[in-house]
Design a protein around this ligand. Sequence first.
Ligand SMILES: [Zn+2]
Length: 226
Amino acid sequence: MFEAQKREIIKAGISLDRYGLIALSGGNVSARMETGEILVTPSGMIYEDMVEDDIVVMDIDGNIIEGSRKPSSDTDAILYIFKHRPDLKAVIHTHQPYATAISLIEDEFRADLTTLANACAGSVKVTPYSSPGSEDMGVDTVKYLGSSLAVILAHHGVITVGTSVKQALYAAVYMEEAARGYLAARAVGPIKHLSDAQIQQAVDVFKYVGQGTGRIPKEMTKRITN
Ligand SMILES: [Zn+2]
């Protein structure tokens, strides 16, 4: 069951590897089906080696419906997120090094780069530390997510979410790109900030990208000065 969705999950995992967001079998990708089932990548497997049958199908309470592999060790957190955010259809967890590094020095990855506003719909909060494999990872994610598409788990990694696997994947990849830029700048000097109004404009503008004609109404892109 759900062969196409399983392939999409495996492809997303391979993309995480390609963009340097995970190493070997790190992280996980999960998705909620229209009929409510949750698909989760297996524990301890390299994404390139996965086939459709390796993806575990479960109900929202974690009862296995299909699959003989052990589901991700973060399944409790994943199920907590899906349970408490019925609007979400995908959750991705990575140990992407640059975004995770920000959790060592900041409580928030502020959207001072438009890439982050685009990918994550605004600034990204850093959650308190929790144990890997704990439900607390999910509890904190729900608590700190707000309307953004990501949180950074302190001293650990990143969780991104979306209404599709593609949206959660893009959030993770582009957040890492933004984090590289941010840390490069921070290493050599103080950071210049976008204002809240400028960040909101960047979030709103990107809602138009790839939509309708793809043209962004001019009144939306008026320059906002600090
Ligand atoms: Zn982890």
